[in-house]
Design a protein around this ligand. Structure first.
Ligand code: F42
Length: 145
């Protein structure tokens, strides 16, 4: 893996920095919503750089669910390209860091079940989906046995 290159969105890069510097004691929620956030480390598919992406913390047993919502923007966040190219990621959940593999879940009853959990955890996800024509990708991250 290459060097860590922070997000070009300052508030995102700042959250990653606070989260990691405090070893998961601070910067662990979405602004002042109190909703928990994880940090997903992924490999830049063009530069090979280390990228760190805060995501809402959505769990299904010992698996994490995350959605490439980007607030309902017309296009996927570019980290989507990264984990499609290399599904090996790390998830930092407060002080713990897990090596995991991300898998996109295509349209299926399973995807609906996971989507419902995601919306129950962070309701705006449905608002984002309703405001864009693209199908917001949903991923499951599982530990590598
Ligand atoms: N975004 C979500 O999609 N879902 C969430 O649940 C979520 C929660 C969340 C909570 C807190 C917080 O602070 C941010 C949160 N975000 C959430 C925003 C998320 O962290 C990302 O910032 C957002 O999804 C946009 O991701 P992005 O990967 O599109 O970031 C852009 C802004 C970016 O950093 N671009 C870089 C740049 O230089 O323009 C390039 C990054 C990159 O990965 N480059 C690749 C490389 O090779 O290095 C190439 C990528 C390509 O294929 O072009």
């Amino acid at each position: 893996m290459g060097e860590y290159v922070p997000s070009t969105m300052d508030w995102v890069a700042a959250q990653v920095e606070l989260y990691e510097r405090s070893n998961g004691a601070e910067g662990v929620t979405l602004r002042d919503t109190g909703l928990p956030v994880i940090i997903m480390t992924n490999k830049g598919n063009k530069t090979g750089a280390i990228r760190k992406t805060p995501l809402m913390r959505i769990v299904d047993g010992d698996r994490y669910i995350f959605v490439a919502a980007k607030g309902g923007a017309p296009n996927h966040p570019v980290w989507y390209n990264n984990i499609k190219a290399d599904p090996n990621i790390q998830i930092r959940d407060k002080a713990e860091v897990f090596s995991m593999r991300a898998r996109e879940v295509e349209e299926s009853p399973e995807r609906q079940r996971l989507w419902d959990i995601a919306v129950a955890t962070y309701a705006p996800i449905q608002v984002y989906q309703d405001k864009t024509d693209r199908v917001i990708p949903l991923f499951v991250a599982e530990t590598i046995d």
